[in-house]
Design a protein around this ligand. Sequence first.
Ligand SMILES: [Zn+2]
Length: 151
Amino acid sequence: MTRVARHTSKVSDHNEISPNSTDSPAPQANSTAPHATAHPIELRAPRGARLLEIDWSDGVTTLYRHRVLRAFCPCALCQGHDGPIEWSDGADKLPDQALEIEELKEVGQYALQLRWGDNHSTGIYSFRYLRELGGLYPLDDAEVRASTFGR
Ligand SMILES: [Zn+2]
């Protein structure tokens, strides 16, 4: 079990009626979509499960099959330097051991670095990219393999 926990504070809307309305906070401009700033609160990658589960700060939970995560590893070794990120054929030839997640590490405040059972660890998955990859989970195999992502 690998866990990364963070402190989070809940922001709730204040709708109390105040006799003095001048001290109510000005509405905050929110120029980005909520998921653009969401970050993982908890990661669950039980050994042998071949499934990574991420709880996000905006209440969303995303699931990832390990082979899919690995096939869409965004590193230059897996994806080359040009074009969209796509299913890497090498992922089909990997032994089972290579699909074990050995380590999950936060990089800065924006990404996760995964180290796989074969020591492949050059893939840096930005939070934004992980949210996109989370959309693959309900898709069937052919749809997953046909998916591409911008860099
Ligand atoms: Zn890679």
